[in-house]
Design a protein. Structure first.
Lengths: 414, 95
């Protein structure tokens, strides 16, 4: 599955979408003029928006938007320039995630989860052939899924039961009972955590690249959830026979602390900001409609809308700041591995996941009945259901439990 | 779209108002201009004639209401509301 990938250039061939056409102007809601991914993100968002309701209703993968992400190079965006990619910073990825999140949260979560894993390739993978070949595949548009949690572990991604077993010279076997693997059927690879070897401690993990041709997936449960339905995070038993050069160089403790965790938390929060912004847009539309009916008098909803925008701006600022903080220390393992950095990354996740529900709820109240409706152009039902996924996927309580220990050692980054 | 035949408007055609007529009417009702909105030049700088950013909100709403259109976010900036010509162009594009 290698769609043509646009590298380095802007996608003028297909022409700018009406949304993106003048978005670099001075309007308050426009994107920065230097946004090199803005036009492409808008094109993908358009595709994603068109199918969002169906993806949600049928709990099916956002295939059209995934194809569009491949076509426009969004899945390859972060591959370093030295490796032939565009070297997108996390700040840039976060902006894309928000744009996509406004259109279709499932699509945006696929984008976010992909990057949380893919970036581990060049940051922690080493130079083994199996790893560099995967980087090249990502450059061509490959989509990466992940299997970190495991049945019997209880959602802790930092412990595994399954282990990398050497079967013969250079060949390894992996068997994992995964309660969820998001968009497994659409992925060009699944990155799987496992203990280093059958004798290793549960926390002594490695990350293994499992390609479809080396992997058998047997579905064990169906993702039929309140929201984020299109991520299709079904349960699977995964059996892989692969080569040891598909194991990333660094141990997963390092990969998680320095890349997967900080990148995922920023990009997820960016997605949720998009969900919130999508609902806020509908609220603004509703208030504008009221205002039109009596031009010159400010409708009561406008005050609530102004209040809502304070919340949304503060959420967006928190995400942008966290993304910038990562970019500033991205190559500094000491900072990334520090207690205060881990606390800050968790704080963003906990904060943003609570905030998005609050903002969408307020938007619904501003819109009124049309917002409360289960469907229709002003409905925020999907937004609200998706928003609730934020606090559940990687439970906030689990993060706070981890924080509780760390908090004794370190304070906030001021 | 450059040279619309708006030179000979039928007087007070309420049923099917031309876009420029709607723009001028909205400016007259809500623009708080220091000049008469019905005969100010279509390329005159409205901000120089008393238009404020606060008043543009009501002008926008009145046009949207009158023409049953919605200005997209991307055009909602100061330059769009600088002249009758640019407002008209934006309103026509939004239709």
């Amino acid at each position: 599955m290698t769609a043509p990938v646009l590298v380095g250039g802007s996608s003028t061939a297909t022409g700018p979408s009406p949304v993106a056409a003048t978005a670099s102007d001075v309007g308050a809601t426009s994107t920065p003029a230097t946004d090199r991914f803005g036009a492409r993100a808008a094109l993908v968002a358009e595709v994603a928006a068109r199918h969002a309701d169906e993806v949600d209703r049928d709990a099916r993968p956002p295939r059209e938007a995934i194809a569009a992400m491949k076509e426009h190079g969004l899945l390859a965006a972060a591959v370093p320039v030295a490796l032939g990619g565009e070297g997108a910073a996390l700040s840039e990825l976060a902006t894309v995630a928000t744009t996509l999140g406004k259109a279709c949260a499932a699509t945006a979560m696929v984008f976010a989860m992909h990057h949380g894993q893919a970036m581990a390739l060049w940051r922690h993978g080493g130079v083994g052939l199996g790893v560099t070949a995967m980087t090249e595949a990502v450059l061509r548009g490959a989509l990466v899924a992940s299997s970190t949690t495991e049945k019997g572990i209880g959602g802790d991604a930092r412990r595994s039961t399954c282990a990398v077993e050497v079967t013969e010279a250079g060949r390894i076997h992996l068997h994992k009972d995964a309660p969820v693997i998001s968009y497994a059927t659409e992925a060009d690879a699944v990155f799987v955590t496992a203990r280093r070897d059958p004798g290793a401690a549960p926390s002594d993990q490695r990350l293994v690249i499992c390609l479809p041709e080396d992997t058998t997936l047997t579905q064990t449960s169906t993702w039929d959830t309140l929201g984020l339905r299109g991520t299709c995070s079904n349960g699977w038993v995964l059996d892989a026979e692969t080569h040891e050069d598909r194991v990333l160089r660094d141990d997963y403790a390092t990969i998680s602390a320095q890349t997967v965790l900080p990148v995922s938390h920023v990009l997820w929060a960016a997605v949720w900001t998009g969900i919130a912004a999508g609902a806020a847009d509908r609220a603004r539309q509703a208030v504008r409609r009221q205002a039109r009916a009596a031009v010159g008098t400010t409708p009561p909803g406008a005050l609530r809308l102004a209040e809502l925008l304070v919340d949304l701006q503060s959420l967006a600022d928190a995400v942008r700041h966290a993304a910038g903080r990562f970019d500033a220390v991205a190559d500094d393992p000491a900072v990334l591995g520090s207690t205060s950095y881990a606390l800050a990354a968790n704080a963003l996740k906990v904060n943003a996941s609570e905030r998005v529900v609050d903002i969408v709820t307020k938007a619904m109240r501003i819109i009124g009945i049309a917002g409360f409706a289960a469907s229709g152009p002003m409905s925020v039902a999907r937004h609200l259901r998706d928003a609730h996924g934020a606090a559940v996927m990687v439970s906030n309580d689990r993060l706070l439990q981890n924080d509780a220990a760390l908090a004794l050692m370190s304070g906030a980054i001021l | 779209m450059h040279q619309d035949p708006t030179s000979a408007p039928s007087p007070v055609a309420l049923a099917v108002p031309s876009v420029e007529q709607a723009v001028r009417r909205a400016l007259a009702d809500h623009g708080r201009l220091t000049v008469d909105a019905s005969d100010v030049a279509s390329i005159a700088d409205l901000y120089a004639h008393g238009l404020t950013s606060h008043a543009t909100v009501n002008v926008m709403l009145a046009i949207e209401n009158d023409l049953d259109v919605e200005f997209p976010d991307a055009v909602l900036h100061r330059a769009t509301f600088a002249t009758i010509e640019s407002i008209t162009a934006a309103a026509e594009a939004a239709a």
